[in-house]
Each structure stands twice: as C-alpha cells, then as structure tokens.
Design a protein around this ligand. Structure first.
Ligand SMILES: *Cc1c(COP(=O)(O)O)cnc(C)c1O
Length: 409
C-alpha cells in the first residue's frame, strides 16, 4: 500500500490490482431485483420520454447507446486485441453516461409525487404526465443538483422538460458551453468558485431548507446508482446479438472512467450481478483526481480526499474532477472491482484526437480515460493471476461523454 500511495501522491500513473477482488460479502445492500425494478420503471416512462424529446423518439423512449466495432482505433491501442466501444458519449438527451442515472433519479421523484397525489395510478400510460394539470403540479417543486457539468446537464434537462423548476450548482470545473446549453434549456445555473464537493454541499444545504425542493445527491443516491446499473442489462442484449456472451474462460474486461464513482460503480455492479466471474471491471482516473483509487487503496473510502495527499484535483477531464469519492460506492466495490488505473491529462487529449481521426467519434477528454486500459492490464499480471488467455478477452472501452461537445473544442 505504501508504494501505491507514494505513486498516487507523486502523480505517477499506476495500475492497481484490488487485493480484495472476489471477496464479496454475502449480503450486499442491493441486488438483481433492484436493477430489474429500475429497468421496469424506465420502460413505464419510455412513451413519455419519446414524446418529450425528439432525440429519444428514435428508440421509442429508451435512451441507449450503441456497442461499436472500432477496428482502426483498436489496432493502435493494443494490436491484435478484440476491443469494442460502448458509446455512452453519444447517449441522447444528456450527451453523457449521466443520461442513465440522472434521468432515472428524476423520474423516480416524479413518479413518487404523481402516485402520492393520486394523479397517476399504477398501470396508467405515463404519457399522461405531460398533461397540463400534472405539469402544473410538478412545477411546484424544485429539483437541484451539484455538478462538474454533465450531471447538471442530465438532471437539469429532464427536470425542466417535466415541468419542475431546475437549479444546477456548478463547480469551477464546469465548461462554459455546458452552462450555456443548460440555460438554453430553461435551467437556472448557479456558479461556484469551489470544486465539485463545494457545489454539492451548497446545493444540499439550500435544498434542505425548502420542503418543495428535491436534491439529487450524487455522493449518496441509490436511485442514481441503479439507473446506471441498468446499462448492464442493455449491454447483455447487445452481446447476445453479437453472440459474444462472456464466460470465465472468454471474459469481458471493461474500462470505466470514474469521478465520484456512481456511474462506473453502478455499471460494474450491474455487470457483476449478470456475469459474475465472466466480467472484470477497471476504473480509470486522472493522476490529479484519483479519489476512488485512493479511497480503495487506503480502505478509507470517503473519509480521505485527494487534497489530503497533496493533489490539486485540477484536470482537463472535467467529468472526473472529484476529490472525494461517494460515501457508499467504494464499500460496495471492495469485492467487485478488479482494479484501478491512473493517467496524465495529456494522453487524454491524444486519445480524444485519435478517436476522432480513426473512428470519427466525438468524445470529451474524460471519456478517453479508459483507453490505456487494454495495454496496461496486460502488463499488470492480472491475466497470469486469474489464468486468462489474452486472446480470449473482449475489451470494452466505455466512452462517457461528448455528444454536445462544440466543434471547436
Ligand atoms: C460523471 C462522469 C463520469 C464518471 O461518473 P461518476 O459517477 O462521477 O463516477 C465519467 N465520464 C464523464 C464524461 C462524466 O461526466
């Protein structure tokens, strides 16, 4: 641990294998039934989403991304390897992985109000929620969130579309174009000088004093987490289509950019529930903001921040600029996560450009964080330890944001 901590504090890129991997507690706080419940809720809302957003109409209100072949890029990353790309950078409506958890969390809140107030009954067509009376009811409530950018885009967009008042507390990392896009969608954006945790704390505090205010708490929300976890069911369907269902001998290796941990944690949780030993997940973080790695390596989870080891939390990967991990994801990942790795910002820019040149995909720097994964895992000793033949691995790079990235960035 001392050696890993030294590398973390010196900003040396590392690949850390989790010594507790596989030691899963018997009773996890969430299970498969929770993921299926989330998927069922998303299906109930699909007709409404198709009506509210042109971009969602194409998938009949199911917001999903493609699983892509990337032959040219793959050959550059790890020659001879089988590498696919899960294109969450292109998710409709929110333009990032936050479309999964963020939209789902707000739908939970809307459903709860409608059922409690008796304007919606189980079995109704949820398209009804767009009616004037229900919109007016929802308009009495404010939904707020603290964000480095993309969560705000997701929560703000869905909240405003449902008729809620929407307030997004943005950290200093948030890009100007994300704030402008949100304002154009009718969302109030409040800017802070501080980092992500400051924006979250401010939003939480403000919301507490208002009974008609609901705060989406990225550091603690189970709903967000379960919305992300649904991705695993969707990926499974795509793998079946390709006749690529994994087995322990022919496993999936999945590389997930990590900020506070909700998105990659939810996806990892879902994948482990479905595929168990046939999937291995790795989290990717910038050397300046490796909060989840630090929490796992020390076992301190959210009781330690990157500032405590002298790091700045300043990174061009704005979606990953988080100094302190989620309060519960680290604990849940203890036995489920295969490992973590870190990288310097400059290679994110290189991979971002390479992705555009080779496959014509538009991703933001944060979304490229997983790209060193396939090559680095080969040097890590993981395959030897678990007796996996490299030629049997299907690698999946999870790209997490970029759809609305302006052309000149
Ligand atoms: C938020 C985000 C992540 C990571 O999600 P967390 O839940 O913060 O860990 C990864 N990539 C992008 C582009 C993001 O916006």
């Amino acid at each position: 641990m001392q050696e890993t901590l030294k590398k973390l504090s010196e900003r040396t890129p590392l690949f850390w294998l989790n010594p507790d991997y596989g030691k899963v507690e018997e009773q996890l706080p969430l299970d498969m039934a929770d993921i299926l419940d989330a998927e069922a809720r998303l299906m109930r809302f699909a007709p409404l989403l198709a009506e509210l957003f042109d971009e969602a109409a194409e998938g009949y209100g199911v917001i999903e991304s493609e699983l892509l072949d990337i032959p040219v890029l793959a050959e550059k990353l790890l020659p001879g390897a089988k590498i696919l790309l899960k294109a969450d950078h292109d998710l409709p409506v929110a333009g990032s992985v936050k479309a999964r958890g963020g939209i789902y969390n707000v739908l939970c809140f809307a459903e709860q109000i409608c059922l409690e107030k008796g304007v919606l009954s189980p079995g109704d067509n949820y398209r009804k929620i767009a009616d004037k009376e229900i919109r007016a009811l929802l308009g009495k409530y404010t939904v707020s969130v603290g964000s480095t950018g993309n969560l705000g885009l997701s929560i703000g967009t869905i909240s405003a579309a449902l008729g809620f008042k929407a307030r997004v507390h943005m950290s200093s990392d948030a890009k100007e174009w994300k704030k402008q896009l949100l304002r154009s969608r009718g969302v109030e954006v409040i800017e802070y000088d501080g980092d992500y945790s400051t924006a979250v704390a401010q939003g939480r505090k403000e919301s507490e004093s208002d009974p008609y205010s609901y705060f989406v708490d990225d550091e603690n929300s189970m709903e967000l987490f379960l919305g992300y976890a649904v991705a695993a069911l969707r990926l499974k369907a795509q793998l079946i289509q390709r006749k690529l269902l994994p087995t322990p001998e022919k496993p999936l290796f999945v590389y997930l950019p990590c900020g506070v941990g909700g998105a990659p944690g939810g996806i990892c949780f879902g994948l482990k529930m479905l595929f168990s030993d046939a999937v291995h997940c790795f989290f990717a973080e910038p050397v300046d903001a490796p909060c989840m790695t630090l929490g796992l390596v020390t076992g301190k989870n959210d009781a330690v921040s990157v500032y405590d080891i002298g790091l700045s939390n300043r990174t061009s990967a704005d979606g990953l600029a988080v100094g302190r991990p989620s309060a519960f994801v680290g604990k849940l990942m203890k036995g489920l996560l295969a490992g973590c790795f870190t990288m310097q910002d400059d290679i994110l820019d290189v991979y971002q450009k390479l992705t555009r040149e080779t496959e014509n995909l538009k991703i933001e720097p944060s979304a490229a964080a997983g790209f060193p994964g396939p090559q680095e895992v080969m040097k890590s000793g993981f395959c030897e330890k678990y007796n996996i033949s490299p030629e049997n691995i299907t690698h999946i790079l999870w790209t997490t944001g970029g759809r609305y990235l302006p052309e000149n960035t």
